[in-house]
Design a protein around this ligand. Structure first.
Ligand SMILES: *Cc1c(COP(=O)(O)O)cnc(C)c1O
Length: 351
């Protein structure tokens, strides 16, 4: 740390991303990326002609993409916002709607408390129930904004649409952000609630179900007024937040519905296989609707399982934190990768 860093940031704990090792080849099941490449239409869309246009700034309104998203999801373009990853959209939400504070589940996406710190928002972590589910009553009349990942991370557990509606009804004067980064793997989106609730903000991403984590593209759906607020943040911070190539990739990805459905179905099938195989080896596996599972071995600790997998060339995610230290989060990779994980697990457990 230099002697120049602002005092208010000196004690800040930054977000720790999962490792992206460049040293050796791992079976990489630690950051919830897709095992499949982006749609072939994405690869076609990024051609030499478009690369040569990089000398020009991109469209600050990302109109082509916003229109394509609106059409795909049956909304008006004025109800759609795109961001440099959904992380950027979340950041704009904290800036715009954090005045009275923001609450979130105590076990959830690691960025929520970090954003509280950097934006000087009063964050409140609400404990989960013992079974890792969210207690809806804890989110009623909270008097501040709410952000909930649905399905939640790293548990994979989701809320029903009815539960989300209860939260929206109980907080009519505060913004409720539903982070649907993992919604495309079998959960239900809050999209149908949009016309009824002007306090609902839905946030999604191209990083997981559309195989574009490296493109950095997220989006939000909300009332025209809420989207206008987010755009006010964006145009005061980074008007060219979507680069030219990412915008084209996004349009191509959203238009290739068949490829998207095929990848998502394949991941759900592999999730069922992996869950069963680990349960047969004595693991506790939480019921996941995401492209990862949260699993606890019965014979060894979470730390030991994580370390032994790493030695064997498999990367998963582990947190040395109370309540979840016995678990590891395993991204659902390809069929072959998950078969390898199961085989290596058998060797570690000597069964
Ligand atoms: C991955 C993830 C995001 C961020 O995704 P990007 O669009 O890549 O920034 C947001 N929320 C949750 C819960 C995630 O797991």
């Amino acid at each position: 740390m230099s002697r120049f860093l602002a005092e208010k940031y000196q004690g800040m704990e930054p977000y720790t991303p999962g490792e992206q090792p460049q040293d050796r080849k791992y079976i990489k099941l630690n950051t919830n990326e897709s095992p499949y490449p982006p749609s072939p239409k994405v690869i076609e869309a990024i051609n030499a002609e478009e690369v040569s246009k990089l000398r020009l700034y991109p469209d600050p309104e990302a109109k082509l993409l916003v229109q394509a998203m609106a059409k795909h999801y049956g909304l008006l373009p004025s109800q759609v916002m795109v961001g440099n990853g959904s992380d950027e959209i979340l950041a704009f939400c904290y800036m715009a709607f954090g005045q009275k504070g923001i609450c979130y589940p105590s076990i959830s996406y690691g960025f929520y408390p970090v954003f509280s710190e950097i934006f000087g928002v009063k964050g409140q972590a609400i404990p989960l129930k013992e079974d890792f589910t969210i207690c809806i009553d804890d989110y009623k009349n909270v008097g501040k904004s709410i952000v909930i990942a649905n399905p939640n991370a790293p548990t994979g557990i989701c809320l029903t649409l009815e539960q989300i509606e209860e939260i929206l009804q109980a907080n009519p004067n505060d913004v409720v952000m539903i982070d649907e980064a993992y919604v495309d793997f079998g959960a239900v989106s809050a999209l149908p609630l949009l016309e009824k609730y002007d306090n609902l903000m839905i946030i999604q991403t191209f990083s997981k179900s559309r195989s574009l984590a490296g493109g950095r593209l997220g989006f939000a759906f909300a009332s025209e007024e809420l989207i206008e607020d987010l755009n006010k943040m964006k145009f005061s911070f980074n008007p060219y937040n979507i680069n030219r190539l990412t915008m084209l990739a996004g349009v191509a990805a959203i238009e290739d519905q068949a490829y998207f459905e095929q990848c998502s179905a394949r991941i759900q099938k592999t999730r069922a296989y992996t869950t069963q195989a680990l349960q047969a080896l004595g693991f506790t596996v939480l019921p996941s609707m995401a492209n990862f599972i949260f699993a606890k071995p019965s014979a060894i600790s979470g730390t030991e399982y994580f370390t032994r997998l790493r030695q064997a060339g498999v990367l998963v995610r582990h947190w040395n934190k109370p309540l979840i230290e016995d678990y590891v989060r395993i991204t659902i990779g390809s069929e072959e990768e998950m078969e390898a994980l199961v085989q290596i697990t058998k060797e570690i457990l000597q069964v």
